[in-house]
Design a protein around this ligand. Sequence first.
Ligand SMILES: [Zn+2]
Length: 274
Amino acid sequence: MDLRGWSRELGRLVLPVACAGCGLDDVVWCGRCRALYDRAPWRCEQRARRLDELGLADPLPVWTVADGTGPARQVVVSWKDHARADLAPLLAQVLRGAARAVACSLPSAPLLVVPAPSTAASVRRRGSDLVARLAVAAADGLRDGGRQARAARVVRRRGGDQVGLGARERARNMAGRVTVRRGVVGLDGARVVLVDDVLTTGATLAACRRALEARGAVVVAALTLASTPPPGAARGVSPQGTAVGAPRTAGLAWWSEPTAPTAPPTGGPGAPRR
Ligand SMILES: [Zn+2]
């Protein structure tokens, strides 16, 4: 065993790890749970009932990677709400790959990548703005795909958690809470790609879009890690999205593959908190 291997083993003795998706011992994210994110991005906006309720001209194209159920969903919950900071670079890499794959489907104009805002309280609780990190990764991926792109946190959100709220309450809770940050200029005509962790009802993305377009920006697409099926949708069925004709997320050959079988999903209540 090399030095890195020894140090990893030592780390495990001190702090046991378990798969963030299924709880399998001794691995950060097991191969089976990881495979749920190892796919070409697909369009999921038809799942979000609140995306078009603002009466905006066109529905916003939203690309996602995973179906946000079971272990795929639990990974995001672990990352955001169970202090699994070790997942951040891995999920960032997933989104970077997805952004690279969709780059060719986006306008050739320079793109501003805007993270869906978390409340200040969430950022304090987690120690960092996790979605902002995804946005940086998405901008990297868009550049990998030949686009000019940069990430900037240009919208903010006032408090009010979304936990336990239905679609209608989420939309109401979000309306008016998302605003462009003070001091932000030059949005007029900017082409924006929104980034969020999970697309649920679409209320968050719709609120971001409204705030940005009120300042003259054009929101051209959104990119998320996962998308939650609408209530009543069959679980476990592969979503019928429009996949992009691009290779699956690459560059993950170093992924640690467990040899043991995957344990049953631990599930876990509630959507990831903002
Ligand atoms: Zn797992």
